[in-house]
Write a protein of this length. Structure first.
Lengths: 216, 227, 252
């Protein structure tokens, strides 16, 4: 007989709010840091391009869990309190920024060269070209893969449980420690993640299809 | 910053890191190989199968891709154990990673399989090849060749994701790091080293995929052109 | 009837009042055709007349809704036809887009079906491959990959690939339509050679010169029906319908 009560499920759903909060922090932070990274990747300066490239390679070649541990214990070195939320926020931001930077670089490069030429001929300086011509178009191209990446962001928040932050995954472990029904509990946890992620996946696919239908 | 970096522990503990890295390699190579098989079969089901088969394979893909690997690992290790099927941490790790890799491989291989034009299938049919022969000899290799970069990337991602199996006490690289840092209190240094090792493994895996690609794709090796 | 005469008039392909629909569209509207051994038949007509569809039905690539198709004694075209494997051995099909397997070299393209379908040994298959490549004049390309060959060469390899299986009848679906004019001649030359050696051939083609020179029988299709048919010389000399006159006029 499964001992999972309504209270347990409610506890899980409440913890899911933290999952959503972490996801939002990761996305906003990742976007704020990721956009400059993307712009650096397409800049004319070899040095800037190199730095951004190095950052992306570093993050994409390291497990998120290790980045998380480095942030968590890194805080300790710098003399700050080992706050799981802050550590999680920093590592998820760094991680998301690398991937979003790559995605957005691709989107900027996908804007046809002719747009650069046309705006240049009209006399716009690089800043104006970016602001009024290139980025708006890159934005539209970037939406499907960005929405797709948000699914990764939500799933990645589960790792915050490892450093003790009580979001959905940790809540599942806590409930399991009192009821010892891991199959039922973690399936319920998975179901809640699914409810959060599946709409984003579907949205990303729909947006991708529409984007292709719009083009030739 | 008053912190003094101290890497002395490395002189004594480096065999632990090697052992951990070796287990990471073992776990993930198995998971990549089995996951590829699972993914290819499911991709064939989605590309050529009837509506029921397509739905089932599709359901598998959606469930795995929309839930975290951490939870999948917990279900395999703790969940199955509570249902009576007690698997070791390593076996659970390979099983969960295989299931995970299989789902992502399904979508990648499906794209590759669907890129083989129908006229190729018709030509094979007219030559008298059976469905199975057509799949094995005409479809699979070109499909794989077209999506090979994605397959390689997915393999590297899986290797990095294997760090999560440390949470069920599989004694791979990340678990080793946790152990050493709790012994030596040199947390930052330990994780920096492990990060470097993972970076090296990423490069190693990419090299490995490239080499396998050369062996598999004879035409590419001879001519150097994409399919 | 003496055996020799019987063989000469043996029906290799028999199409009997075939109707083929794609949804609401009736592409073949009661088509009948008889091809005897050794005959070369050219099927001509405008795009959309149904000629390619007819050929694909004979090859077993499409099913028919009404009527019967018999090839070398096997029934073809109804869903669930048995003896499909035997049919495949007896019919060779060459496509407009050659359809060579790009990841295999020329030799392997040819030996693949020989080893898998006819269960020949690797050596037997290689010998046969060399034979058919000699027939189409491409012996030196045996180790090349399709992408290294011109369109005409690829098409000749495709013909060799089908020939290797020793079919009783060869079907050609607009095999020169995708080729530049200079390359068309080499392919038509191979086909003419085959015809002179007695191969039973059905060819959907736009090449009127080839049809007049090589075909024993011409079939003119229009809007899913056979409008004219008969020995080549007769049909071209005495066209009975205005549509065919118009068609021939426009093709020259």
């Amino acid at each position: 007989m499964i001992q999972l009560s309504v209270n347990h499920v409610l506890y899980l759903v409440e913890a899911a709010r933290w999952t959503i909060l972490l996801s939002v922090i990761a996305f906003v932070g990742g976007a704020v840091v990721g956009l400059p990274v993307a712009l650096m990747r397409v800049s004319r300066s070899g040095a800037l391009r190199g730095i951004a490239w190095g950052y992306i390679q570093l993050i994409q070649g390291t497990p998120l869990l290790i980045v998380l541990f480095l942030s968590y214990f890194g805080l300790g070195i710098l003399g700050y309190k080992l706050d799981p939320l802050v550590a999680a926020g920093i590592s998820f931001t760094l991680y998301a920024a690398a991937f979003l930077g790559e995605i957005w670089r691709g989107s900027i490069e996908a804007v046809p060269k002719t747009q650069w030429e046309a705006s240049d001929c009209l006399g716009l300086n690089p800043f104006q070209q970016y602001a009024y011509v290139i980025l708006p178009q890159a934005l539209r191209i970037a939406i499907p893969p960005t929405v797709g990446f948000m699914v990764q962001i939500v799933k990645n928040t589960s790792l915050a449980s490892v450093i003790g932050f009580v979001e959905l995954a940790r809540a599942g472990q806590i409930v399991n420690n009192s009821t010892f029904e891991p199959f039922a509990i973690f399936t319920a946890v998975a179901a809640i993640y699914f409810v959060l992620c599946y709409p984003l996946s579907v949205a990303a696919r729909t947006l991708e299809r529409r984007a292709h239908a719009g083009r030739s | 910053m008053s912190y003094k970096f101290d890497f002395e522990f490395l002189a004594e503990r480096w065999p632990d890191f090697v052992a951990g890295a070796w287990l990471t390699i073992q776990l993930t190579v198995l998971a990549i190989a089995f996951g590829f098989l699972v993914g290819t079969v499911c991709a064939l089901a989605r590309a050529y199968g009837g509506p029921v088969l397509r739905r089932v394979a599709g359901g598998y893909v959606e469930i795995i891709r929309n839930t975290p690997l951490l939870i999948q690992i917990f279900i395999v290790y703790f969940g199955l154990s509570s249902l009576g099927l007690k698997l070791s941490a390593e076996v659970s790790a390979v099983l969960a990673l295989t299931i995970n890799m299989g789902a992502y491989t399904t979508e990648i291989m499906r794209a590759g399989i669907e890129s083989v034009q129908r006229t190729q299938l018709e030509a094979a049919d007219c030559l008298g090849l059976t469905r199975l022969q057509t799949i094995l000899h005409v479809v699979l290799l070109p499909a794989m060749e077209r999506v090979y970069p994605s397959l390689g990337s997915q393999g590297v991602l899986l290797m990095l994701a294997s760090s999560i199996t440390s949470q069920i006490s599989a004694e791979e690289l990340t678990a080793t790091a946790n152990l050493v840092q709790s012994d030596t209190y040199r947390s930052f240094e330990v994780y920096v080293i492990v990060a470097v090792v993972y970076l090296a493994l990423s490069a190693l895996y990419r090299l490995g995929f490239w080499a396998i690609g050369l062996i598999l794709f004879e035409r590419r090796r001879r001519l150097g052109t994409p399919l | 009837m003496p055996a020799a005469l019987e063989q000469a008039n043996e029906s290799v392909v028999s199409v009997d009042n075939v109707v083929k629909e794609f949804g609401p569209l009736r592409v073949l509207d009661g088509v009948s055709l008889d091809v005897t051994r050794g005959q070369t038949v050219a099927i001509v007509g405008r795009s959309g007349s149904g000629k390619s569809t007819l050929l694909r039905c004979i090859a077993g690539l499409e099913t028919v809704q009404e009527g019967m198709i018999t090839v070398c004694g096997h029934a073809v075209g109804r869903p669930g036809s048995a003896a499909r494997a035997q049919l495949r051995r007896d019919v060779g099909m060459v496509f407009q887009s050659y359809n060579l397997f790009p990841h295999l070299n020329v030799e392997r393209n040819i030996t693949l079906a020989l080893t898998l379908v006819k269960r020949q040994s690797r050596d037997e298959a290689k010998k046969r491959a060399a034979e058919v490549l000699a027939m189409v004049g491409l012996t030196d390309k045996i180790a090349s990959y399709p992408e290294q060959l011109s369109g005409g060469q690829q098409q000749r390899v495709a013909i060799a690939r089908s020939l290797a299986l020793q079919p009783q009848v060869m079907l050609f679906d607009e095999v020169t339509s995708a080729l530049d004019p200079e390359l068309t001649a080499e392919v038509l030359g191979v086909m003419e050679n085959l015809a002179h050696h007695g191969m039973t051939m059905i060819s959907v083609t736009h090449e009127m010169g080839f049809a007049r020179r090589v075909a024993d029988m011409v079939v003119f299709m229009h809007q899913g029906k056979v409008w004219e048919t008969g020995p080549t010389a007769d049909v071209f000399a005495n066209p009975r319908t205005a549509e065919f006159k118009q068609f021939v006029g426009s093709e020259l």
